[in-house]
Ligand binder design. Structure first.
Ligand code: NDP
Ligand code: AKG
Length: 432
């Protein structure tokens, strides 16, 4: 199938209503822990919402005006932290929900951060690399002091990467007095390793997805060897998760990206698919060692593990009942909506929730931030070992809480995350 620039036409985007989803999750946990009503009020809304419209000259000499967002949900535990997404579905609802998820995620991981998220409403495939660089630099300039290394620290998300972060860091640092420039390198994380980036930040999220699945299988007295998994999204998170799962003996049997879906029950070789996508404008479509499948049939594929690692609201009441896996590992943020989740839990399918499953990314970002702040250079093996230890602690905390209180893992994770923020407010004496 020939690829077109009109991704949205190829596959319907369903990212609306993310706030409803995160609020239902929050309210359920708030009730469970009997959250102080004043703190509940604070956490139910975002602290700051920055919307910027900024003009950029295109390659053809015309000016286009873009809309960018940065939502800062809460900073009770430290500076706002979270990614920037470049996608047509970026709007204020999505940015609010994604910022809230970051607050719970950083709290659960025990990091000294709050939550923020943002991005630009655009389809990057429609722009040249030079245009994307100018868009990113103008966006950074428009955000001005709303971001900063001790205030709000962006990172990569959908359709942004280490190159995007390098442009942001460079633009932000160029606005500082000369003597302070390099001291501001940690305004963003996820930078290339030659520009202050952390060895291993590229794979940190996918590695965390893999680890949480491994820890879950260990709790079930089984192993990953021979387990079949399906993967929605073959980008940064999806590729690295698949890479580590395959190394541990699991078998990739179906993949979906924005252009289509493929299946091979005998196994899809992860590195071959990765190399193929690089030669095929980034898409999995047409991979010779798998057959094409209908997008709608993807979630019904026979498998043990299902990994949504693309956009939000992908598992809904319409497809949840078809899922054959015994565990869902949420690489993406908010991939399962409330109705879909009910169907899954009723069927006895476990969910490793996003705020735990994909937290390896922000934990890696924290290490990068520390590395820059302390003027250090960390080695890959020490980064991976630290990630392993931290994720194991987080996973065990959530798993044990869920067992002790007979809760699903998402609600358990939320209870732990929210209780930590409540404690911070209470200790300050504001809400006795
Ligand atoms: N990067 C990170 O460190 C972190 C990311 N996340 C979350 O993980 C998810 C993926 O992020 P990331 O891997 O960085 O993003 P990438 O941009 O690297 O990859 C996104 C992937 O999702 C696919 N995709 C997009 N739309 C659809 C669709 N409608 N149906 C199926 N697949 C689709 C893309 O396909 P195509 O290439 O064809 O467009 C691509 O394969 C997001 O939810 C993000 O918020 C969470 C924590 C950290
Ligand atoms: O690395 C970070 O700071 C945040 C990554 C992110 O956007 C996420 O965890 O959803």
């Amino acid at each position: 199938m020939a690829l077109t620039a009109e991704k949205e036409v190829v596959k319907e985007q369903t990212v609306c209503g993310m706030m409803d989803n995160v609020m239902q999750q929050f309210n359920k946990a708030a009730e469970q822990i009997d959250l102080n009503p004043n703190i509940k009020k604070i956490l139910s809304i975002t602290n700051n919402e920055i919307v910027v419209n900024f003009p950029v000259k295109m390659d053809n000499g015309e000016v286009e005006v873009f809309r960018g967002y940065r939502v800062q949900h809460n900073n009770a535990l430290g500076p706002y932290k979270g990614g920037l997404r470049y996608h047509p579905t970026v709007d204020i609802d999505a940015a609010r929900a994604l910022a809230m998820w970051m607050t719970w995620k950083t709290s659960l991981a025990g990091l000294p951060y709050g939550g923020g998220k943002g991005g630009i409403q655009l389809d990057p495939i429609k722009y040249s690399k030079a245009e994307l660089e100018r868009i990113t630099r103008r966006f950074t300039f428009a955000l001005a002091d709303n971001i900063g290394p001790e205030h709000d620290i962006p990172a990569p998300d959908v359709n942004t990467n280490s190159q995007t972060m390098a442009w942001i860091a460079d633009t932000y640092m160029s606005t500082r007095p000369p003597a302070e420039r390099s001291a501001n390198q940690h305004v963003v994380t996820g930078k290339p390793s030659g520009s202050g980036g952390l060895q291993g930040r590229d794979r940190a999220t996918g590695y965390g997805v893999y680890l949480t699945i491994k820890f879950w299988t260990e709790k079930k007295n089984t192993s990953l060897s021979g387990k079949k998994f399906v993967l929605q999204g073959f980008g940064n998170v999806g590729y690295w998760a698949a890479h580590f799962l395959e190394n541990d003996g699991a078998i990739l049997v179906a993949v979906q990206d924005a252009y289509g879906s493929i299946e091979n029950q005998n196994g899809i070789a992860v590195e071959s698919l990765f190399n193929y996508t690089h030669a095929n404008k980034g898409s999995i479509v047409g991979f010779p060692d798998a057959k094409a499948m209908q997008d709608k049939a993807f979630f019904a594929t026979d498998c043990d593990i299902c990994i949504p690692a693309a956009l939000g609201n992908q598992i809904t009441k319409d497809n949840a009942s078809q899922i054959k896996a015994s565990v869902i590992a949420e690489g993406a943020n908010g991939p399962t909506n409330a109705e879909g989740e009910k169907v899954l839990l009723d069927k006895g399918i476990a969910i490793i929730p996003d705020i735990l499953c994909n937290s390896g990314g922000v934990i890696g970002s924290y290490y990068e931030w520390l590395q820059n702040r302390n003027g250090e250079l960390w080695q890959l093996d020490e980064v991976m070992a630290k990630l392993d230890k931290k994720l194991k602690e987080s996973f065990n905390k959530v798993y044990e809480y869920s067992e002790r209180h007979a809760l699903d893992m998402r609600t358990a994770a939320y209870c732990i995350a929210i209780a930590r923020i409540e404690k911070a407010y209470t200790e300050r004496g504001i809400f006795p």
